[in-house]
Design a protein around this ligand. Structure first.
Ligand code: GDP
Ligand code: MG
Length: 728
């Protein structure tokens, strides 16, 4: 008995593995020739399997069924005209989207003899792609089998499925999975209707597909129709197709074939959404491409500098708006309480101690939130480790590698987590070195000091001055690192591999959580150490009250009130308001003078005078000295102490600025003070962290001594150098 013959054609994109699978099936029994009339290779193999005579055709590789290339025409004609029993579309699973363009077109032909092989499934898997083949099969109503051609895996099952399909009488599925937009669908319907009477004509293709091709102005199909149909119906059809094309052209302002192609890709994009997912490994691939730019030898570093610059720019400029609002709120509260409460020590504590102290710091919350947001963004996207990668060369100048830069960069936010981040460094010496230089990275708590001082004395150039301060910090860190590496912590940096985790699109929620986690500390400091510090500073500046005032202030005040009461009685109704503000101003002035005398004679004043000789050579007066001393608790306290010592009430931070100018501070001494704040002893929390992380009191004291010494020397150089150069 003669075996039944089954013809199976292998279609697919070039390099999808058609020939590999063909060879797997046919072994060596194959015939290679050319398709008649064209020089496109034709491979045909015959083999007896499962009781069938199988004829396998390896079609040329194509991307589409449009008749634009010889390969496309050959493959399409074969499928359409030779009517193989089964067409297996070899899909490159590692290029699914591209492969689906041909696959959907094969589906559109409207025959039910198509079978998909998801080949290269090993490559897809290795790249972390997940393809839901059951879903794909369901969506396109086509059986889908996974294969690995070069390992001959799944090929036997594929063949069996093909035979099964050839044997069964599957009725073409009525469902049209590729749907176009309404205009196109109705044009298709019009043409299908015209074709309906000729369904039995020899050589006619499936009407819907034919209609689609007519809308695409497919010349091959047109010629085929011309041969198949009588002259008149053909002319009508051709005319109709032309006019429909014209209408579509008008409606979409685009060639219909382009519109149809676009819609097919839209359909494929929809399929991809349903069946295709990428696991993290795919992100690694994408990350590589992003890294080609961001860690590029030439543009990587400028981009990095731009990001850092943008971060500070955002912190200062964007933060300025909410800062003004909070400032106004604090000033308003202070004024309100000043009016509502009777004169007393408690009122003084509330307004001149707590509100002046805490209020002068809390206004910087927006700046700090923004800074922490940016740092969280760097971390969550995975850019932080690229920064380390980029800084590697520069860090090698210090004898450290790029990885040490992560703690340093985090130091811009807060030194405590930064020093803890140094734990990731393997070498003990590297770790210590990083811990010792991280405090020179200006933390966010120092920002308020810069903003007040630079804002007061440098006006529009404040931003640039602050940027210089930060640069000085980095420079000192680099120089110190180099110094330590050649003296205390000698040795070569340990070799390491910088891991570059895949980039992630950060989730806003996690960004906000990270930002908040760190900013919480700032707020806690407000309610805790800064509040207590402000009260202590206030108390030290008010007590003891045993000195003799240079004049009798209460009597002077009473006289003032009496004079104005008299004036008010004599004045006409128009003058009353003017008199009232004048009276308030005079009263305030007198109260300030009294307060200044009290402060000068308070404990604070005594401390200030004792330490004044230390700060005089660097251009800082006793108030500045005391503020710096208090700043050991937390750097924000430098500002709040200045606020208390300059007896700033009622007008918010604007008043502090005026008071600073009046106190005899100059741009040069302000700059000197900023340098000092930048470099001197880190805050208590940092010092404790250094002790814990280095596991030694020695290194802790070393850090305290070294930073303070460097701060004094640098400020001395700046202040005296500046004066020699004629600055003031
Ligand atoms: P054709 O252009 O479609 O005929 O593709 P070929 O059969 O020539 O295959 C192209 C390349 O892909 C060859 O090097 C094959 O060894 C390889 N290949 C085919 N199938 C697979 C597969 O499933 N996995 C992998 N990793 N490689 C494959
Ligand atoms: Mg081939």
């Amino acid at each position: 008995m003669a075996h039944a013959e089954i013809t199976i054609a292998l279609a697919g994109n070039p390099n999808s593995g058609k020939t590999t699978i063909f060879n797997n099936i046919t072994g060596t029994r194959q015939k290679v020739g050319n398709w008649p009339g064209v020089t496109v290779e034709k491979k045909e193999g015959r083999i007896k399997k499962f009781g069938y005579d199988l004829k396998i055709i390896d079609l040329p590789g194509i991307y589409s069924l449009a008749p634009f290339s010889i390969e496309e025409i050959v493959a399409r004609d074969y499928i359409l005209d030779e009517c193989p029993d089964v067409v297996i579309d070899i899909i490159d699973a590692s290029n699914l989207e591209r492969s689906l363009y041909l696959a959907t077109q094969l589906r559109e032909i409207g025959r039910s003899n198509v079978l998909f092989a998801l080949n290269m499934s090993d490559v897809a898997h290795a790249r972390g792609y997940k393809i839901d083949s059951a879903k794909l099969s369901e969506l396109l109503d086509v059986p889908v089998l996974e294969t690995i051609g070069n390992k001959n895996q799944g090929v036997a099952a594929l063949l069996q499925k093909a035979i099964e399909m050839a044997e069964s009488e599957i009725t073409p599925s009525k469902e049209r999975k590729v749907r176009y937009s309404n205009d196109i669908e109705s044009a298709i319907d019009d043409l299908v209707l015209l074709l309906a009477p000729h369904l039995n004509a020899e050589g006619l293709y499936e009407p819907r597909w034919t209609s689609v091709k007519l809308l695409e102005n497919d010349q091959v199909v047109l010629n085929r129709l011309k041969a198949a149909l009588p002259e008149n119906p053909f002319a009508i059809l051709q005319e109709k197709a032309a006019s429909l094309r014209e209408i579509l052209q008008q409606r979409y302002n685009e060639d219909p074939e382009i519109v149809l192609t676009d819609e097919r890709y839209g359909f494929i994009a929809g399929i991809m959404k349903e069946v295709f997912t990428t696991s993290p490994r795919k992100r690694i691939d994408m990350s590589r491409s992003i890294d080609k730019v961001l860690t590029n030898r030439f543009v990587g570093f400028p981009i990095f500098l731009f990001f850092i610059w943008a971060m500070f720019q955002l912190t200062f400029t964007l933060g300025a708006y909410p800062m003004d609002w909070i400032d106004a709120g604090v000033a308003g509260l202070s004024t309100l309480l000043g009016r509502a409460l009777p004169e007393s020590l408690l009122k003084d504590l509330l307004i001149n101690g707590i509100i002046a102290g805490v209020g002068s710091v809390i206004v910087f919350l927006p700046n700090i939130l923004i800074l922490f947001f940016c740092i969280a963004l760097f971390e969550d996207t995975g850019y932080m480790s690229r920064c380390a990668f980029l800084m590697d060369k520069i860090m090698h100048l210090i004898g450290l590698h790029g990885k040490s830069f992560i703690p340093m960069l985090m130091g811009f936010g807060c030194n405590v987590p930064a020093i803890m981040a140094a734990r990731t460094l393997e070498s003990e010496k590297d770790r210590l070195l990083t811990i010792l230089i991280t405090p020179f990275m200006s933390c966010s708590a120092k920002l308020p000091v810069y903003i007040v001082l630079a804002g007061t004395f440098f006006g529009p150039r404040a931003g640039s001055v602050i940027f210089i301060i930060y640069l000085v910090g980095i420079l000192i860190a680099v120089v110190s690192g180099r110094l330590f590496r050649t003296t205390l912590l000698r040795g070569a940096d340990a070799p390491f591999v910088m891991e570059l985790p895949p980039y992630r699109v950060p989730m806003l929620k996690s960004l906000l959580i990270h930002m908040w986690d760190r900013s919480k500390m700032f707020l806690r400091k407000m309610g805790g150490i800064i509040l207590i510090g402000s009260i202590i500073i206030w108390a030290l500046s008010v007590f003891p009250r045993t000195f003799h005032y240079s004049r009798d202030y209460p009597a002077a005040l009473a006289r003032l009130e009496a004079v104005y009461a008299q004036k008010a009685a004599d004045a006409g109704p128009g003058e009353k308001a003017v008199l009232k503000t004048e009276r308030q101003d005079r009263r305030l002035e007198m109260q300030r003078a009294m307060r200044a005398e009290e402060t000068a004679n308070s404990f604070m004043g005594m401390i200030g005078r004792t330490i004044a000789p230390v700060f005089a050579p660097i251009g800082i007066d006793w108030r500045g000295g005391v503020s710096l001393l208090a700043g050991f608790v937390a750097k924000e306290i430098v500002v709040s102490t200045l606020g208390v010592l300059h007896a700033v009430d009622e007008e918010g931070s604007e008043a502090l600025r005026q008071a600073l100018v009046k106190s005899g501070m100059t741009p040069l001494s302000a700059f000197s003070m900023m340098i000092f704040v930048l470099l001197y002893i880190p805050c208590i929390a940092t010092v404790v962290t250094i002790r814990r992380e280095s596991n030694s009191f020695r290194w802790m004291f070393f850090s305290i001594g070294y930073t303070t010494l460097v701060a004094w020397i640098m400020s001395f150089i700046v202040y005296n150098g500046g004066r020699l150069l004629g600055f003031s």
